[in-house]
Design a protein around this ligand. Sequence first.
Ligand SMILES: NC(=O)c1ccc[n+]([C@@H]2O[C@H](COP(=O)([O-])OP(=O)(O)OC[C@H]3O[C@@H](n4cnc5c(N)ncnc54)[C@H](OP(=O)(O)O)[C@@H]3O)[C@@H](O)[C@H]2O)c1
Length: 312
Amino acid sequence: MKLPEELQFIENARLPQKTTPARLDGRLVVLTGATSGVGYQAARCLAQGGAHLALVCRSAAKAANVQAELQRDYAAQVDVVQADFTNLANVRQAAQTILAKYPRIDVLINNAGLHNTHRQLNQDGIEMVFCVNHLASFLLTRLLLPRLLESAPARIIQVNSQGHRFGGLDLDDLNWEKRRYKGLQGYGASKVAQLLTVWEMADELQGSGVTINAMHPGEVRTNIGMNNERLYRWYKRYLLWWMLKQPDISGSAIYYLAAAPEMQSISGRFFNQTIDEKPAAHALDRALGKRVWQISTALTGLAAAQPIKEQL
Ligand SMILES: NC(=O)c1ccc[n+]([C@@H]2O[C@H](COP(=O)([O-])OP(=O)(O)OC[C@H]3O[C@@H](n4cnc5c(N)ncnc54)[C@H](OP(=O)(O)O)[C@@H]3O)[C@@H](O)[C@H]2O)c1
């Protein structure tokens, strides 16, 4: 029985995933959140595929362990840039470090992410999940974009989520002051905002040689949510855990999107791991997307909205 279009993602998760024998020798890949889960698995695949990695991580100690492991296992070239994405000034600093150090960037993978069950604000008064999952990746991408364009062909991959289907984005209440915060919807809001900016950016980048796509890495066993209260941690560890898959599938999917030659000119799409998929209708609202773009530009302190190419 064929599922209705809005439930197709359930079927897609069961399809065989694509892989590629292509290698990334000598390519510079910037990857955020490589110290755990999906990002860690992606780092392993990318290192094995020969990429030179710049890992943007909040914990210098954890990042040093991953770096040592990748050097030992794959003789990979791995650098670490420290940044806490709850702080947008930190993101700017990381971008500056990367721009100063690397004359080219072949792939940018925005993976770092967070799920909070309770509302928290960062030091600038921005809801934390929206800041880490959407604003930080938006800002990092925009700041690194000139170098990606100079390096074309280049790819941007936004590690998004089926969680975008939970909705929750209200541009008049991004900080959840008018509504009771619900973790899944707070998470959903951040992922919807990110998706909407992917379509905007893909349009702007048409013909530039730089592509941008979003992906869902699968429902996998990682540490996401383990920063929350004991009851949630118990639920995740002892109930949810058994429904989740091993996270190596996520690393492999990200590698495919980063390396496969057939992905070179595909842009502005959402992938369920490696399967091209239609996102939820509310994440395809282009008028809303233009407002998200403007608000995100303002909240991250970027120049007023104008075509990306004119900002270079
Ligand atoms: N797991 C799933 O089933 C699933 C499903 C859909 C989408 N995703 C997406 O996959 C991505 C990775 O999540 P995961 O499941 O691998 O979770 P995870 O195991 O918790 O890993 C998250 C990564 O993001 C980093 N991070 C978190 N907060 C940060 C901050 N404030 N500043 C900088 N880095 C920060 C973490 O660093 P630390 O190691 O220091 O904590 C870690 O490296 C997220 O975007 C998530 O939304 C996951």
